[in-house]
Design a protein around this ligand. Sequence first.
Ligand code: ACO
Length: 344
Amino acid sequence: MTTEHPNSPQGYKTPVGILGVGHFVPEEILTNAELAKFVDTTDEWIVSRTGIRARRRATPEQATSDLAIEAGRRALEASGTRAEDIDLIIVATMTPDCPMPATSSIVQYKLGAARAAGFDLNIACSGFVYALITGAQFVASGTFRRVLVIGADCMTRLMNWKDRSTCVLFGDGAGAVVLGPVAAGYGIVGIHAGVNGAGGPSLTVNAGGSRLPSWSVGLDPADFYLKMEGPEVFRFAVSVMGEAALKALDNGGLTPEQVALFIPHQANARIIEASRKRLNLPPARVFSNVENYGNTSCGSVPLALSEALEQNRIQDGDLIVLVGFGGGLSWASAAIRWGGLQDS
Ligand code: ACO
């Protein structure tokens, strides 16, 4: 038993790793220049404050499950897993197709994952990493062998196009991973998660739930859109992202010097740069695609992981760190030793 921390994944009964990854984004590319035709903004402002140059937008016919299903299908293929062998599907999203049925039920049916259990998990942009470490518990305990974890959001559906400080930041996208047992020493080796509910009011969608149902009298359409105290969330993000990475590493008895690739939530290039400095990592050891997609919320981290793999930025044996942060306010992180895949 090598447990440095009693609650570390090193204490998992079965080591749990990522067996395959996939992502999917809608076809339409909305560039800053196109956005500036109907929002009072400029490419120069958006790029200098956020690093974002374009984002994807779902068609009116596409919902979150459509993105989730395609990302899930690709992760299954990459891992060589048949849909009918999946035991559990977790969909992390803050933009479900509808309040009921859960998006995971729609995904389960359309993927043909006949044996799978499923549920949705909502903790805003931290959702994917929370879902990853939640799904891992089922594999670690021996309860399930194959868990499909999907992060997917149609954030453009929550945009108030009259609120220029927010609507330029977000886009639509999805990513997915298949979790399963891996060889000893590989897989998830350190985790951390937290919430600071006192900061909740700085990032909200006020209507559409039980406090302000959609049929409430006197609602303003803006109540259904995402509202954000940008500078306050910025300060939170800058302080939490590096700290969350350090805590996941420490939980696994590891240090930042050992990290081959840091894959943070893709919200803003300046936040990513601040956390890179906090971890004292060279730019080559940080992955970012915020330029092309903006903030895709739950899609962000798995979409970045998937593109990092496509670009050969991760090799077997590499230590990677994933960090999500967002509404709640919330955060979650996972340190993963890549590889260790076994037969079956
Ligand atoms: N185009 C042009 N001007 C703009 C725009 C825009 N799109 N948006 C705001 N401005 C103006 C403002 O009106 C303001 O003008 P003023 O000084 O005349 O009043 C000025 O630019 C500065 O505005 P700030 O809000 O102070 O700009 P800041 O440098 O803080 O950047 C930003 C704003 C990009 C939103 C930043 O605060 C940020 O990135 N915050 C964190 C966002 C984030 O990470 N969210 C994660 C959400 S995760 C989830 O769970 C959903």
